[in-house]
Design a binder for this molecule. Structure first.
Ligand SMILES: [Zn+2]
Length: 228
């Protein structure tokens, strides 16, 4: 997705804030944020994180009211952060080079999160190349109430690499090197969930190990071989 956003490595905090506003509108336009659900964050080079406040409507964010967290994840400014900030912090710790996170309750991903996971490393099977390229393996994080610190702990204990996850009976979480990349991954998780649901119970062809290895080598995504 091309949003005309700033390079997060050199962006000022004001630029990051305006990028989050544009990203929130893009997430809503993509149909990923029913109601006022979901939250977004961006991380500056100094480790400061801007995150949407609790209850914020992603399509109408106020750049002056975004919550500010310091490099340790402490709330230091703006409105009170989303109660799901701990999930963002956990995924940033897992992907230290990433600078943006999208968490949404997009309908197809929520539906897929209510199914038994395809495998321990990925709740969704490798059905399409774009899913493998942009999202990669997408594990299922067991259910805990939204905002529970345990939910972040359950993500942290997964030691294999990933930057997309389904949260059981809840939604999806993706990170990227910038907001546009994180949104692209969220769109792919939504599409992969939809295709998984459409093909459930049928004899379906999965991408094979060689095909997956070719994609992960070329696009730098993660997929653990023999993950089933
Ligand atoms: Zn949520």
């Amino acid at each position: 997705m091309s949003l005309g956003l700033h390079d997060p490595v050199s962006a000022t905090r004001t630029q990051l804030a305006s990028d989050l506003v544009a990203a929130g509108a893009a997430v809503v336009a993509a149909g990923l944020s029913p109601g006022s659900s979901g939250n977004l964050s961006a991380r500056a080079t100094d480790g400061t994180i801007l995150i949407t406040p609790g209850g914020a409507v992603l399509g109408a964010l106020d750049p002056d009211r975004l919550a500010v967290l310091d490099a340790h994840g402490e709330w230091v400014g703006g409105d009170k952060p989303s109660k799901e900030a701990s999930l963002h912090l956990a995924l940033y710790r897992k992907n230290p080079e990433h600078r943006a996170i999208v968490h949404v309750h997009s309908p197809q991903a929520v539906a897929a999160s209510c199914l038994e996971p395809w495998a321990p490393h990925s709740a969704l099977p490798p059905l399409t190349p774009y899913f493998v390229m942009r999202a990669g393996q997408t594990p299922l994080v067991p259910y805990r109430a939204p905002g529970s610190p345990e939910l972040a702990d359950l993500l942290t204990v997964l030691t294999f690499p990933f930057h997309a996850a389904l949260l059981q009976n809840h939604g999806q979480l993706t990170s990227g090197r910038d907001l546009a990349t994180a949104i692209d991954a969220a769109i792919e998780v939504e599409e992969a969930s939809r295709i998984t649901l459409m093909t459930a119970g049928q004899r379906r062809r999965l991408l094979d190990e060689a095909e997956i290895a070719d994609l992960t080598a070329r696009y730098g995504s993660s997929w653990t071989p023999d993950s089933r």
